[in-house]
Write a protein that binds this ligand. Structure first.
Ligand code: COA
Length: 717
């Protein structure tokens, strides 16, 4: 962000002078609510209502124009009808306004794109920033101002909310109050004509009042930048995101395996994962996590203990811990030593710590206090099933006291199940904004999010190795194909590019006669594979264009004739470049590596196991390119079928080092050679450890008029 840009945002979040343009004396009008909220939230700076009618509203003198302000307002909240906005923006610029917050709707979202662009043009001329149009305003706790037309009372706290949806943002303001969640700021970004989520994230990274950032997004116009900035921000503060909205992009006909599997939403998932941003699907879960993140520390390395008075609820929570990757402390002897005296003789000290139905408030107090004071325990989940042996009021007081005392020591979440009396306890927690829930699943998933953040922060981050990478020959192959008018590279060209990249490629020759085929096979050595090579024949196997395991000259000659015959019969007008002869390779495990170009994030790469694993199970991982060595390694480990490479079922461990390097190199290639639209290495044969990987087939589509066409949906041969 430029210094001018960040200065604009500082004025947005820390205003000293606010103008409300379209301020109205009529209750119920947005211009009235805006002004009232600014006044009633106790804003200490100057407030200027602006309305050509002048007069007085709520005891303040109304100015006829923003130009009448003595000093340029930091924020001008604009709530005048759409046709007047342009003129008002011009005046705001002249008056030295910092940020024009355009509440008014009816611009790009209804098709008036040019009209909206003109507002930005005017603003730029004056060095003014625009939030909106189509926003609800901004609340800033440190500035002590609610400059929105949402609910007046917001609890000041440490969470900043950025919402693409205005209505959702306003409803969040209300809900955070009932949930006891405190906000440092909330802003909607509306049409994002100028200020967008990326600008706000960059500002909030260094905002001392904000410790957690929550983002509601439907999409991003600057996906790559969002990714880069988010990756930096999460080093300091957690970002939680609810991303909704499926895009038409996800439905586009793709030219490759990778393209077909790369739905827009999947790529968002991958980008968030890679950046270390936590994605949440349900709004309800978002509130649970916000409550947890804003009040609980990250776990220390030890496992979590569950303290419960019921076996069943303990089992439910244990299952949930397994699903959500919450490590449970498992050391029976140690746990027996710590917790035995907290329960009756028949209670269990094997995690979950079961103080039994007999266990009263004092048992909870003793067990949880011990858990909080033990260094080896990383986190605590307290569970309670309503029981006649417990005084609910007393229990509520004790649990709340424990939760408050434990704050900052280690993360602690609670789940309580029962009737009205138990719900009263939950309400007590809500009022304090502390994480207690009516479902053990929520108590576990909330603590799980803290573990995820802990793991994210402690995962080794290597930078991209800046080794030199010469693309001259690769670009030469590409421009030769372009001169031929092709965006689809021949198999041999694709393989040449990958060989240039440093991957081991199966020896392959392009031949045009049976004699040449025999000569090539003699050089390469039998058995060989013969494949038709034509940019117009995509489904090679379907036309009998592929013959495997040809053992000798006789078989090869017969295959050559048959492939040519079939191809000419099925595609009489196709240009046939020839037949490729390559070495038949046995052994190893087949994987697929690919890349595609995402409309939001640019080049992405994919990894999965070949054959049915990719086609049926769609068990693949994506990352934005380029990837670091660590990210490449995570891509391998994150698919469900990864154990197939780790020596499953008596097989030898595969060459993971070379596989990781291949993914890394592929990321470099598609990041640097931006002409590549899509690429499939299908298959890459991963040999046993130490024996490398080999590209058996590859396909590259260049960007261009016909890239992404429906006709080139080639699958594995
Ligand atoms: N400068 C200052 N005030 C002006 C003005 C100008 N150039 N032109 C008009 N006004 C005043 C009007 O006189 C009126 O004040 P009054 O009540 O004293 O007469 C006030 O601005 C508002 O104008 P009005 O015509 O009453 O419009 P409105 O209040 O019904 O609607 C908007 C205005 C901006 C609220 C409406 O056009 C709109 O966009 N609504 C949707 C907002 C929204 O949902 N945003 C997204 C939220 S997430």
């Amino acid at each position: 962000m430029t210094s001018e840009g960040s200065e604009g945002l500082r004025r947005l979040f820390y205003p000293e002078r606010i103008a409300v343009i379209g301020a109205s004396a009529t209750p119920g009008k947005i211009g009235h609510t805006l002004l009232s909220n600014v006044i009633d939230s106790g804003f200490k700076g100057d407030i200027h209502p602006i309305n050509p009618k002048k007069g007085e509203i709520r005891g303040l003198t109304v100015l006829g124009s923003v130009l009448d302000c003595h000093e340029g307002p930091d924020i001008a909240l604009i709530a005048v009808p759409q046709p007047f906005v342009r003129g008002v923006i011009e005046e705001c610029g002249q008056a030295g306004v910092g940020v024009a917050v355009i509440i008014t709707s009816g611009f790009a979202e209804v098709g008036l794109v040019q009209e909206e662009a003109e507002l930005v043009e005017i603003a730029r001329r004056y060095g003014m920033r625009i939030l909106g149009p189509n926003v609800f305003g901004i609340y800033s706790a440190p500035a002590g101002v609610n400059a929105t037309f949402g609910p007046l009372n917001v609890i000041p706290g440490n969470i900043a909310v950025i919402s693409q949806s205005g209505a959702l943002g306003i409803s969040m303001m209300g809900k955070t109050v009932t949930e006891g969640i405190g906000l440092s700021a909330i802003a909607s970004i509306g049409n994002r004509s100028d200020i967008d989520e990326v600008d706000l994230l960059e500002f909030l990274r260094d905002d001392p009042s904000t410790e957690i950032i929550f983002l509601y997004l439907e999409g991003s116009k600057r996906g790559r930048r969002l990714f880069e900035v988010a990756r930096e921000v999460v080093k300091k503060k957690p970002i939680l995101v609810v991303k909704s909205g499926s895009s038409a992009r996800g439905a586009k006909a793709a030219a490759s395996h990778t393209g077909t599997l790369a739905g827009a939403d999947r790529i968002f998932d991958a980008a968030f994962e890679q950046a270390g941003v936590q994605r949440i699907t349900e709004m309800e879960d978002a509130f649970n996590l916000l409550r947890t993140f804003s009040t609980q520390p990250l776990p220390s390395p030890g496992g979590t203990v569950i303290v419960t008075n019921g076996g069943g609820i303990g089992v439910i929570a244990t299952d949930a811990c397994e699903r959500h990757d919450v490590p449970l402390l498992e050391d029976p002897e140690y746990l027996e030593g710590v917790f035995r005296e907290t329960m009756p003789a028949y209670g269990s000290t094997v995690n979950p710590i079961d103080i039994t139905g007999q266990g009263g408030e004092d048992s909870y107090e003793m067990a949880i206090t011990k858990a909080l004071n033990e260094d080896r325990i990383g986190g605590v989940i307290g569970l309670h099933c309503q029981s006649g042996t417990v005084d609910p009021k007393l229990l509520g007081d004790i649990l709340l006291k424990l939760a408050k005392d434990g704050r900052g020591k280690k993360p602690m979440t609670f789940a309580l199940i029962g009737g009205r009396e138990v719900e009263d306890i939950l309400d007590m927690f809500y009022e304090e904004g502390l994480p207690a829930f009516g479902d053990p699943e929520d108590a576990v998933s909330s603590i799980a999010a803290l573990y995820r953040r802990y793991r994210d922060l402690s995962r080794p981050r290597t930078d991209l190795e800046e080794q030199d990478f010469d693309t001259t020959e690769i670009r030469r192959i590409i421009s030769a194909a372009r001169q031929d008018g092709r965006v689809q590279l021949l198999e041999t060209e694709a393989k040449q590019i990958l060989a240039e990249l440093g991957l081991e490629v199966v020896p392959t020759r392009l031949v045009r006669t049976a004699e040449e085929a025999v000569r090539a096979a003699n050089e390469i050595g039998y058995p060989v594979v013969a494949k038709i090579v034509s940019p117009e024949i995509i489904h090679k196997t379907d036309v009998g264009g592929v013959r495997l395991n040809l053992e000798d000259e006789r078989e090869l000659r017969e295959a050559y004739t048959s492939i040519m015959h079939q191809a000419r019969k099925m595609h009489p007008r196709a240009w046939i470049a020839g037949i490729s002869i390559s070495k038949m390779i046995h052994g190893g495990t087949e994987v697929i590596l690919g890349s595609t170009t995402d409309a939001t994030f640019g080049p992405v790469i994919m990894f999965g196991l070949g054959g049915i694993f990719v086609e049926v199970l769609k068990d693949v991982s994506f990352r934005l390119a380029p990837v670091t060595w660590n990210e490449a390694s995570e891509m391998i480990r994150s698919i469900r079928t990864a154990p197939m490479l780790f020596g499953a079922r008596g097989e030898k461990v595969k060459d993971l080092r070379t596989l990781t390097e291949s993914i890394y190199l592929l990321g470099r290639l598609v990041d640097e050679v931006t002409e590549i639209a899509e690429l499939d290495i299908n298959p890459l044969r991963v040999m046993d450890m130490g024996e490398g990987c080999m590209v058996l087939d590859a396909r590259i589509t260049l960007k261009g008029p016909s890239s992404g066409g429906h006709h080139n949906t080639e699958v594995n041969v």
